[in-house]
Ligand binder design. Structure first.
Ligand SMILES: [Zn+2]
Length: 162
């Protein structure tokens, strides 16, 4: 039975993908982790169930070739690494879905036959007005309250994406 992996790029981290309480296989790369230098995001990663996997050098080369052909020459190492990881996952007979809001990344993904799911329009987040969330541990609350029940951090709010 092939497994499905959701591959997170840097835009996925900044968009606040729900990392906890999910049964999906979330993966990313060491290059994404080092590009996401934000302390808050790092602590989210530490608490989440995201697995950090490295793509093979061969898959990196395939991504660089594809990016050259599409003219997307400005992909960061982190961008390349998530695309390469998708190829590595697919070559093991599993399914990789890339979560990204980066147009260049999506463009190269489609060139490589990688399925990509945009965050702003896609199935990751659901439609609503506001979401309240703990910036430290990532717990979400549907109603406003001053602080997190889990860790006591002051909650923040943002518009839920469609
Ligand atoms: Zn918390």
């Amino acid at each position: 039975m092939p497994q499905q992996y959701l591959v997170l790029d840097t835009t996925a981290f900044y968009a606040g993908v729900p990392y906890t309480n999910t049964s999906e296989n979330l993966v990313t790369t060491p290059d994404v982790i080092s590009e996401v230098s934000n302390e808050r995001t790092r602590s989210l990663i530490a608490l989440s169930k995201i697995n950090v996997l490295q793509a093979t050098p061969e898959d990196f080369r395939r991504v660089k070739d594809a990016a050259r052909r599409t003219g997307d020459n400005n992909l960061s190492k982190a961008d390349q690494s998530v695309l390469a990881l998708c190829l590595s996952i697919a070559s093991e007979g599993n399914e990789a879905i890339l979560l990204s809001d980066d147009f260049a990344v999506e463009n190269v993904a489609s060139r490589l036959g990688i399925k990509a799911r945009p965050l702003m329009t896609g199935g990751v987040t659901t439609v609503a007005e506001w979401v309240f969330f703990c910036p430290a541990c990532g717990k979400k609350y549907s109603k406003q309250r001053p602080d997190c029940l889990v860790c006591g951090t002051k909650l923040e709010k943002r518009l839920k994406k469609k």
